[in-house]
Design a protein around this ligand. Sequence first.
Ligand SMILES: *Cc1c(COP(=O)(O)O)cnc(C)c1O
Length: 462
Amino acid sequence: MNFISTRGQAPRATFSEALLSGLAPDGGLYMPDAWPRVDVAGGSYRDAAFAVLRAFADFDDAALKADIASAYATFDDPHIAPLAEIGEGRYLLELFHGPTLAFKDIAMQLLGRLFARALAQRGGRATVLAATSGDTGSAAIAALGGLPDIELFVLHPKGRVSEVQRRQMTTSTHANIHNIALEGSFDDAQAIVKALFADEAFARKTQLTAVNSINFARIAAQSVYYFTATAALGRAATFVVPTGNFGDVFAGEAAMRMGLDVERLVVATNANDIVARALNDGLYEAGRAEQTLSPSMDIQVASNFERALFEASGRDDAFVRDAMAERRLVLPAAVRTALAARYEAHAVGDAQTLATLAQVHKATGRLIDPHTAVAVAAAERIGERGAGRTAGPSAHQKTGPVVILSTAHPAKFPDAVARATGQIPPLPPGLSGLHQKRENFTVLSPDLGLVRSFIAARVPAS
Ligand SMILES: *Cc1c(COP(=O)(O)O)cnc(C)c1O
């Protein structure tokens, strides 16, 4: 299996090369040159992960199995991603049983291990750079902290992540972890990360790499729970996915392209609804990132949407190249039609998020986190047309179960949960000391040169 760039101007890469570099050298995202067919019929979560990963990865079976086993041994539920019924034919897919309480752990715990393995095979060091809206950073720190030959720099938007999210990042005691609180938005952080990758001399000198959701290994690892949930329910489902950078929902498309029968993928966004507008109105145009109660989705530039555009255009890399250069992209009719055959989208505001959180608590006694609440609210609107949509296919007839991806533990966002329900969700036992630990981070203004020198000064000369 080889990997190609969505922008068509990068050499083919192996899985290990794509894993270690993150972004393709032409600025595009890596994709498999052809989708493998994968069958997951029952078995454990680990078996399913092995079936999916071995279709892509260039590691031997024993190594892959060992990494999968140890990655998921860090989870506090034996099913890794269990389903919980919250109503007639409606399920939560709990993705928050990993060490940092958000779904990012599912991919990152595995990616960290595969990454260390690929790096040991290649030799040399790596500088890992991650822009985070909160959860990727802590998941990366939990996965890479203390690993040899790796320095990890995490940029989070100062004051725009929850206190639990910040403390999970800044209380790491590993010397290879460097936290930067950027005085700006997530999009500012992501822009700086992209600019540092584009700086070839710097990228080469520091052996720069990304573990953001642009890394294909994360997409592969996240597609696993679409398979296991479908196998557990015994029939095709509609998946509702709280969406920011479009990585998690694209993992659903990846599962479909590997042969999984899925009824529909429902994209749930908060007020930062660029992707919902693109899918409903055919206009992809970034505005200003707004702060909401679901901060991990406060994103305007949804990097992985590029992968969906690549597929929806029939893998037309010239189209993707031009499209990504536009500030205001009007999607061609054929691309819109292809996207609409798979996706629908609903944007949910903070008031609705709080109301849904309260309503789920009242009806089921469960506390859910605000990102999950956005998806529960969107699930209520399946089949409704997006606002402003004047053309497009008729409302989808849904018959199977609805699976709502529950992407974070409520204790990660206690303020929003308390506002909606009056209850403060307790931290799981493993994290109870979090508020007593010492924090360590550096505040920087969103200036490319400043961030570059900060990193250069902390990467050992090789
Ligand atoms: C990252 C994140 C999301 C959004 O996932 P994307 O892959 O960026 O679309 C949703 N919810 C939570 C809790 C997250 O951490």
